[in-house]
Ligand binder design. Structure first.
Ligand code: ATP
Ligand code: MG
Length: 445
């Protein structure tokens, strides 16, 4: 393993071979050896040679500084994965994805799109009907779940009600016949990370929903898995707790250095948690990208409507090509396109056609009805005060259009809201327009 890095080591675990480290000073480490089998070798930074240390098998903790130990890798490669259930339902098809070590990938999409099925195939809980799944270059299609070094947190996690939090978290390790002192150390480490140390002696019924959720996550962490799978782990929590736990998962991810695959149907969760997002529909991947990529350049109308809240506005429009370039026309109003858009359309040889023009609510601005530049006229339907912003639902060209307006940007007399039926005019910048083919529903640029 060739690497040189400094960082924080917090009771760091090295896969199943756990090297436990704690304490103070900051060290720089060069290439180091990660033991190749459980307890078979002991890794130590050069700077620490001569100090007391023992591997996990030996039981005692070694004192290292705040270095970051590189775990064994956990790259995943899903190639042409397919799932057909016995009832002939094709739940997932043509699923191709490379996941890098320690990446946080989120699968998002509407109910029934195949998120859980894909996750369960990775965990080994569901047979793969076609394609190959590799973990660290090893084909694991037929490897049993327990041999995949993967932990999964389910939406409907069930804690053992008669066991304490400690016992719940220790249970899987006990089954593995891990020595007691190691179990104790792992449970306390995980409890510390999750902030549930003070509840270790309580039974689940004496915990709040969020605390129980943390115990469920703790049960997965103690196993120090190569890959952590989470299937809608927050969906049973109320909105406030959900936001809190979302932040906890972001922190957790930085502390446990593991590859994460997280399933949700909530686009906000996907956008805030994921390094990359995989957007699915009807068993097929629609787009893979960073949150910014999928927000700024949705590949198709489905992604455009799914990512972003409130959702993108869509206008039926015409793309017109002339000797002077391209225009977008909504009704009688012609909107100019910028140089980049002009070039991209020309390079792709796009001809005049019916399109769907997408504009996000936060990219629309009010203007005067007498504005010389291209604008649309509308009447107000509903004005929702959100505090710092206002969601204005208007009717334009026979369509419902939503505008998100920042309250501070509005003239004083409008900060309390707009009246029902009030006429307004709005415009948008060509840089923020999205052009989709009405026929293929794909982004034309
Ligand atoms: N055991 C099963 N047998 C037959 N069909 C199944 C089975 N499990 C899931 N399905 C079908 O496979 C498709 C994908 O289901 P899956 O549970 O993966 O969706 P999901 O994206 O996780 O949805 P949700 O957000 O509702 O959890 C659905 O059409 C579902 O009805
Ligand atoms: Mg599901």
């Amino acid at each position: 393993m060739k690497s040189s890095e400094t960082g924080r080591l917090f009771f760091q675990s090295v896969g199943p071979r756990a090297l436990h480290c704690m304490c103070g000073e900051r060290l720089k480490i060069k290439e180091e050896i990660i033991p190749s089998a459980w307890g078979a070798a002991v890794w130590r930074p050069a700077a620490m040679r001569g100090r007391r240390m023992r591997g996990a098998r030996g039981g005692s903790l070694m004192k290292i500084g705040t270095v970051k130990v590189k775990r064994s890798m956990a790259n995943l490669s899903l190639r042409n994965i397919k799932k057909v259930y016995d009832n002939k339902v094709t739940a997932v098809d043509n699923f191709n994805l490379e996941i890098k070590d320690k990446e946080f990938v989120v699968f998002v999409g509407p109910s029934g799109c195949g998120k859980s099925t894909t996750l369960r195939m990775i965990a080994g809980l569901e047979e793969i009907s076609g394609g190959e799944l590799y973990i660290d270059d090893k084909l694991v299609n037929s490897v049993a779940p327990k041999d995949r070094d993967i932990a999964m947190v389910f939406q409907n996690y069930a804690l053992y009600p008669h066991m304490t939090v400690y016992q719940n978290m220790a249970f899987a390790l006990k089954l593995r016949k891990m020595p007691k002192h190691e179990i104790d150390q792992k449970v306390r480490e995980a409890a510390e990370i999750l902030g549930i140390t003070e509840y270790l002696d309580r039974k689940p019924k004496a915990l709040s929903g969020g605390q129980r959720q943390r115990v469920a996550i703790g049960r997965a962490i103690v196993r120090a898995p190569k890959v952590m799978l989470m299937d809608e782990p927050l969906s049973n929590l109320d909105a406030k707790l959900r936001n809190q736990m979302r932040a906890e998962i972001i922190k957790l991810r930085h502390r446990i250095d593991t590859t994460f695959i997280y399933v949700t149907h909530d686009q906000t969760e996907a956008m805030t948690l994921g390094d990359r997002i995989v957007i699915m529909k009807d068993g097929f991947i629609q787009q893979i990208g960073t949150p910014q990529e999928v927000f700024n350049h949705p590949d198709n109308l489905f992604v455009a409507g799914f990512i972003g809240s409130p959702q993108m506005n869509f206008f039926d429009a015409e793309l017109e090509r002339s000797a002077n370039g391209y225009w977008v026309r909504i009704g009688n109003v012609r909107f100019a396109l910028n140089d980049l858009q002009q070039r991209a359309l020309k390079d792709h040889g796009v001809e005049s056609q019916k399109i769907v023009l997408g504009v996000r609510p936060e990219h629309i601005s009010l203007c005067a009805a007498t504005e010389p530049t291209a604008h649309l006229n509308a009447v107000v339907d509903v004005c929702e005060m959100m505090g710092s912003s206002m969601h204005l639902h208007v009717n334009a060209e026979g369509k419902d259009v939503v505008l998100v307006l920042q309250t501070v940007d509005l003239p004083m007399e409008k900060r309390a809201g707009f009246a029902y039926g009030e006429p307004i005019s709005f415009t948008f910048d060509s840089d923020l327009m999205h052009l989709f083919s009405a026929e293929t529903r794909k982004n034309l640029i």
